[in-house]
Design a protein around this ligand. Structure first.
Ligand SMILES: Nc1nc2c(ncn2[C@@H]2O[C@H](COP(=O)(O)OP(=O)(O)OP(=O)(O)O)[C@@H](O)[C@H]2O)c(=O)[nH]1
Length: 320
């Protein structure tokens, strides 16, 4: 496999990746160069939650995809026995655990016609461990430290990615992406009356409620201060409104320690075509301000606002 005079190229390649798809590719390439494998499959639970099923990373593997339960069973087995080997009609299958902070979070399944050498197995373990560490660092760099929601920088990237894909896939999709801006009502009073520590706790609790109210495949961000943003899929505007209203009423009923009851307002809009991030946020924000001006504790769609007509029809460009 590729190595240089002072170590292995794969260490450098894996640890220099700053984007998840490239990091995944670096691992897949490194594993492919490890030895003479017939084929291999990497399963990993990228949230590092023990007990959750690991997902197949190299989708192009020829190894038959295992069911969620099969992967969970395998993870339980390797966590006891480190590496497992099985033989079936001349094919040797080796199961190598992926460790993160001492726990098994995934597995590499290798099929070969001879047993892996001890050196190769150990290298695989190190490689997978280094990948998991790098993935964790990457995730931390995308998170807001207080709430562990995704941060503002990640928001911009994700919107661009979704808007670009939406422009291509628009007609063929059943569900659409929506952008919502959510803001805690009268939050200044919480700080003023109870102090910033309680204020921070409120932000943390609202963040948790928000995360619990949306699906695992949706994206929840701390946009800044007491403002959050959500990128989520819904079948139509009514469906999106229902999701936001469900969250709104969940917050309204939640007994915040010391503070009691609080409410949130939100504004949302669909991402139907490619549009600049700033423009999308501005529109969702306009809807949010409408909610604030309508007495707070409510949800407004951008489409409800009577704004389109009042925007300039002139298509000349203003430079200054
Ligand atoms: N504790 C805490 N407070 C924050 C944080 N970020 C922003 N704030 C405070 O959040 C408050 C936001 O207040 P405003 O934007 O005036 O709005 P509001 O009181 O929430 O009222 P409306 O949005 O109009 O309902 C300010 O007092 C900020 O100092 C944070 O990370 N922690």
């Amino acid at each position: 496999m590729a190595s240089n005079a002072c170590g292995h190229d794969w260490v450098v390649t894996i640890t220099q990746q700053e984007e998840e798809p490239e990091l995944d590719s670096a691992l897949i390439n490194a594993v492919a160069e490890l030895g003479e494998f017939t084929r291999f499959a990497i399963y990993i639970n990228k949230t590092f939650n023990i007990g959750l099923p690991a997902r197949l990373l190299n989708k192009n593997t020829a190894i038959e995809e295992l069911s969620e339960q099969e992967v969970l069973d395998l993870l339980a087995k390797v966590s006891r026995n480190k590496i497992r080997i099985s033989r079936d009609c001349g094919v040797i299958s080796t199961y190598v655990p992926i460790y993160y902070t001492g726990n098994v979070v995934g597995i590499l399944v290798v099929e070969s016609d001879k047993e892996l050498t001890e050196r190769c197995s150990m290298l695989a373990i190190y490689m997978l461990n280094i990948y998991a560490n790098q993935l964790s660092l990457l995730h931390k760099s995308q998170q807001d430290p207080l709430t562990e929601l995704l941060n503002r920088q990640t928001f911009d990237k994700k919107v661009i990615e979704i808007a670009a894909n939406t422009a291509v896939e628009h007609d063929s999709k059943q569900c659409h992406w929506f952008l919502a801006m959510v803001d805690i009502d009268h939050f200044k009073r919480v700080n003023d009356n109870y102090g910033h520590v309680i204020g921070d706790e409120v932000i943390l609790l609202v963040a948790q409620l928000l995360k619990n109210n949306f699906r695992i495949e949706d994206y929840v961000f701390r946009y800044g201060g007491e403002e959050f943003s959500v990128l989520f899929q819904a079948s139509d505007e009514l469906d999106a409104r229902n999701a936001l209203n469900r969250f709104r009423s969940c917050v309204a009923q939640y007994p915040f320690p010391q503070v009691g009851n609080l409410t949130v307002s939100s504004g949302f809009m669909p991402i139907y075509e490619f549009e600049m991030v700033a423009s999308l946020v501005q529109k969702a924000d306009q809807a949010l301000y409408h909610s604030k001006n309508s007495g707070r504790n409510c949800v407004t769609a951008y489409s409800e606002l009577d704004i389109q007509q009042s925007q300039p029809q002139d298509d000349s460009i203003e430079l200054f």
